[in-house]
Design a protein around this ligand. Structure first.
Ligand SMILES: Nc1ncnc2c1ncn2[C@@H]1O[C@H](COP(=O)(O)OP(=O)(O)OP(=O)(O)O)[C@@H](O)[C@H]1O
Ligand SMILES: C=C(C)CCOP(=O)(O)O
Length: 228
């Protein structure tokens, strides 16, 4: 099994996709039971950095163009996640994407907190994707980034690919609200930044635990000359 050397590093960086924690086709639909199960699966791992996306909260409001509703929707989604994770015994601390910096993340970790960073919007209306933040963290900590989504991996020619090294993938997008480019943009950014990422289905019970442990599930995305 090719776990990738990057898994040997200490940090577990996981992005909880909006497609996993919400139903992206139904505005403001939150998958509470899934989030509770995710909390139980991630809690054995530390240091842990969590990022979450906008799903049918942020993407829905952003697609309608109101920045204040968007920022509130993201705060609402983050609060729902925070409460569940804290209930499950995880010392989470929120970090809105518009205030993100590597230094702040390091400070949280020094306090033994689990940063929960999220996709966001700035006062001038610029969208900040959780994907970009996850990728930056992967680079900074030289760690594999785990993208938990609602699909088994990346589909190419109708099948889940074991590994992807190019941005040419099938287009299965179904969400009408996505404002950050969906799966295709995710893959492009992972490859451009030459980090290593695992895209997998977080809806299947046990998968998040398996992924964080280094099990060979989903699709590994990495650039071809990435021999690190
Ligand atoms: N070739 C493909 N393989 C896998 N999924 C694909 C493909 N093309 C499009 N998709 C879509 O990508 C979606 C996941 O990407 P998306 O960016 O919506 O995820 P996310 O990170 O969970 O969302 P968010 O941006 O809200 O955090 C899947 O629900 C699927 O419908
Ligand atoms: C839509 C907003 C506000 C954030 C999007 O973040 P992403 O879902 O991680 O791309």
């Amino acid at each position: 099994m090719d776990m990738g050397l990057k898994l040997g590093f200490a940090y577990r960086i996981i992005k909880l996709g909006g497609s996993l924690i919400t139903n992206k086709n139904i505005p403001y639909s939150f998958n509470e039971e899934i989030v509770r199960r995710i909390a139980r699966e991630v809690k054995m791992f530390y240091p842990l950095i969590i990022i979450h996306g906008g799903g049918s909260f942020g993407h829905y409001e952003a697609s309608k163009g109101d920045k204040i509703k968007t920022v509130i929707a993201m705060q609402e989604l983050n609060l729902k996640i925070m409460k569940i994770f804290y209930d499950e015994g995880i010392n989470v601390f929120p970090l809105p994407g518009r205030f993100f910096s590597i230094d702040i993340v390091k400070r949280y970790l020094q306090e033994r907190l689990v940063p929960v960073i999220y996709g966001d919007i700035t006062e001038s209306g610029k969208i900040i994707s959780g994907d970009d933040i996850a990728i930056l963290l992967g680079k900074e900590f030289n760690s594999r980034v785990f993208f938990a989504t609602d699909v088994d991996g990346v589909f190419i020619n109708g099948r889940v690919a074991k590994e992807v090294n190019s941005p040419f993938i099938d287009d299965l997008s179904s969400s009408s609200f996505d404002v950050t480019g969906g799966m295709k943009a995710k893959i492009q950014k992972i490859l451009e930044n030459c980090i290593e990422a695992l895209i997998f289905n977080g809806r299947i019970e046990g998968n998040i635990y398996k992924a964080l442990e280094g099990k060979d599930i989903g699709t590994l995305v990495r650039c071809k000359n990435d021999n690190k």
